[in-house]
Design a protein around this ligand. Sequence first.
Ligand SMILES: [Zn+2]
Length: 722
Amino acid sequence: MRVYLSEDDSYHFPVTLDEISPHLVAATLSYEDHYFYSHPGINPISLIRAGWLNLKAGKVLSGGSTISQQVARMLENRPRNLPSKLIEALHAFQLEARYSKDEILEAYLNRAPYGGNIVGVGASSRIYFDKHVSVLGPGEAALLASLPKSPESRRPDRHHKVAVHSRDEVLRRMLKRSEISEAQYLSAIQEDVPNSLLEFSLYAPHLCDLLKQSADDSTATIRSTVDLDMQQTATRLLQQHVQSYNPQGIRNGCVVIIENQTAAVRSLVGSADYFDRDDGGQVNGAYALRSPGSTLKPFVYALAMDRGLITPTSLLEDIPINYSGYEPTNFDEKFHGAVTVKNALIHSMNVPAVILTNRVGLENFLYFLQKGGISSIYGNEESLNLGLSTVLGGVGIRLIELTNLYATLGRMGAYKPFRLMESEESARETQILSEGASWLTTGILTELQRQDFPQNWQSTAHLPSIAWKTGTSYGYHDAWSIGYTPEYTIGVWVGNFSGEGNPKLIGAEAAGPLLFQLFSVIAEENSDWFAEPDEIDTRTTCTISGMPANPWCVSTVQTAYIRGVSPEKTCDLHVQLLIDKETNTQLCPQCRAVRDGEVKTFVQWTQTIATWRKRNGFPVSELPAHFRSCKSVLAQHAPQIHSPAEDCSYFLRDHVPLHDQQILLEASVAPEVKVVYWFVDGKLIANTGAGEAVFYPPERGHHEVVCMDDEGRQATRRLIIE
Ligand SMILES: [Zn+2]
């Protein structure tokens, strides 16, 4: 895919003698040193002859050197004069004493000059004929054999006629010595002599740079895992894609394609244009740490499914929350009340993802990312000071590692480190997610009814099935799109290496379409989709709560769950209450004894959701009030304080008026509640309608805040103001 110059800036591909075409060995011996295998290092006859010629001319004309002498010269590089020749002759003897003839010949063929910066037969046969040195025929061999004697003046690309002439001379000698047949000779002299040098192709340059850096031996031939067709397709499509965004100030991107089964990186395009100097084309963007936006979310959902916290139909809260001062909002800056896991994930809602990360446990999530090969997290949790915002892209991640993490979903939860070299052994798999959780998550990510499904693909008839997720980093710096099929995982990043933000850098728009384009090229039609794992089963589920249905749930549907893992609690949204026939009030176990009631089904949202729905104009069915004459209190619907936050200290700033530093008091209460009372340190400071916010002018010190509803149920929170 790529050839690097050696340290002395020459092309030099070392080969062993047995790799070299016998024609080339024969032609070289015939032309340079016919008695090579029988002389002791120097050839007295040719030396005398050369000495005579040189004497006659008064300068060094003819070499008369044996191959051994030439090797001695190549190793030492002395000026061409008589004392040097004597020293080289001596060293030729020493070489012969120490090395075999074959070793000396091999050294010669690897070190001789073949014109320009081409050294050795390995490079010259590739550069002149684009062939491996083992397959050269007599004509090609003769041309190469003629070059070392006068490499510059015989270079076929510059002095074509001279080169043809020299080749023919070598061929004539070989014919005379019966080293080739008459037929071989006649065909060889008809052959064209090349008049240009091969220009080396440059595929996957970033990957090559990476492999070269990691190679122990600079002369090694490295077999990469790259699929050349796929690499070229990815390079071309990325370049076209980024070019179309150029006028809008988006200049770069990268693509990684991993084959799931082998974890082999089949394509790595590190930038939109390797040769672009203005925007750091040689930088390998696939290894740059960038904010991953929402692309980590699927893993929190998968982990939560694995831990039996949710199924795809479970409801999650999407309401304003506050974790010790951290208040995530959604991309569209709206909240949606109660949403299903499936909708929360495909619409990439932030609040449910943060709530879920908190439920799964931040530590567990970070540990999972480490196990999944995200190296920026490894051993770094503390120094990075990672919080719940990690799930929203609050940690830098490399495209190649992120793509491999998705390949883990494509392997139904089995993690494998990716590899770049065919020689690297495929590492053992580690199951870091269950097959069931991976399969359910994949099902959600395959859903097409979502905003980040590229518009121009919506009418495509032969769209391959893809599980995918897009991501946009905070401040529009990075657009991501990562998807997988059973065979391949593709990761796309689009942005600027300078880090410059751009309102167009939205995952769904700037990266998604390229992901689909790549899959439509590489995905095989009608290939099998993921098989349903054994641990997946279906059960009757309430269509509203998404929980296993009660007999009184209004409507039901069959949904998938993980047997023995998924939550088994039945629907708590649809409740049955005993209603007093006369007063139409609710009867508790105490009043039930004295009153006659009938069972009715009601929808009972959690207090938080009910409050949110009320405040945002959604219907909330009012549960009947408690039977008035009953003395007991229905304690299960006590208010829940949202602000002040738990375990949170407030700091007063001295130069800001107290009026501008008031503390928000807010709680959600049961749907039937009409009035809410707020007490601070036992003093009533406000009574308001349900769900209304109150502001409290702060005083330094420790306080006790109590929220009480009109049925006397209360909640308490400690408030520290410093
Ligand atoms: Zn139900």
